[in-house]
Design a protein around this ligand. Sequence first.
Ligand SMILES: [Fe+2]
Ligand SMILES: [Fe+2]
Length: 420
Amino acid sequence: MALFTTTTIRDRYHNAIVDWQERNFPELSILSSGWDKYFKGQRPFELVAKVGEPPSNVIEFGRYAGQERFGRADLMDDEMFYKARAIITAQCSTELGSIQQHRMSLERHVSDEAKYAIMRIMAEELRHAYQMLWVLDQDATWNRQGEDIAKETIEELLSMEHGEHVLDAFNLDFNNFLDNVVFAAIIDMVGKYQLDMQRAFSYAPMACSMGPMYLEEGFHLGSGKRFTKEIAVQAVQGQGDYSLDDVQRAINKWLPRGLEMFGHEDGGQSNLTYSFKTKTNLQAQTEYYAEVADLVHYINTHIVRVFNPDMKVPEARQVVDRVIEERNTHAGVRYEDLVKLPSRSFFRWRGKDEHIYQPFTVTGELLTHDGKPAPSEHYLNYLKTALPEPFLRSADFEAYKERLFEAQKKREQRAHAAQV
Ligand SMILES: [Fe+2]
Ligand SMILES: [Fe+2]
């Protein structure tokens, strides 16, 4: 059982976040009234901060290893102070942003059970945001150069509209309910990694916050995984609102943004130096990618069992491997009947130069034309075969197109400059 105490933040901020909830998540009252129907025996939702135990009182990594965790913000030097603030801000922004996104397609739910699961996720993300406000509010020393940084940060966070959040994944529209569930599976999985790494946070109130948040994240990820699998299984049976191709395209939409949430592949050293996290960006991203591969494998194993209801799980797993490796039919399962893990270079907006805005396919091939990367028009044609239809028609995709053409223009200018 998790050991934590609960507490609240000061009235002015408590009221401000309740006000935010009423505007952005009025469905919270529906969740409360139906809680027992779906989550009987589980502690009802409460908007509080949960203060757990850090793994130890001592910083284990980096420059301050062996020293006691920082209990007050004013003990951190400028660089550390502002980096800590940036992580708290990014964390809180993801929580608030995801609520705004989930709400966009909540009413297009595939079942009441799925709707309640998503509303519970939204409520818990609200609590996670509250937790981050607590980190800032419980310490009167979040000031620098005469400025009340806690106040500034809280006000900034609560005024962020959809589209104004820190990370790309939280600014994209949800176009249908597949977005709700695939996001919970793939993007909340990144959340799990961040929370786990941040248990080592050198600023104690942040470290104390991670355990309870991590536990709640399990439900988000579990629900995402379960409903994505159910939708995929229904799809191969010709049931439900979505095809397997829709599921594949939704995975293709979200995975690149999930990978980028870890930050640039070459970065993350300062997180180790200050003991904000326990892994570099690339290490964490690599582990995450392997876990997404497991998720895809899990879905496929269930698909194989649709075709072979009596087959045991280990055997079904082997069938998945053979069908994928040989691109051939086995046990009645065709290559097209399975979902595939997109390449890490596909549809990247941030990270290494050789990946971003480059025409990589889902299988990781670079599309070429006359020996050079294919022009953007060709790539856009390719993307029509790989991304969700509603996304291709969205303002998000229009904005992407502009950035893609801009990136191509810059590359051409650089190549031209190198020639003359
Ligand atoms: Fe969260
Ligand atoms: Fe979550």
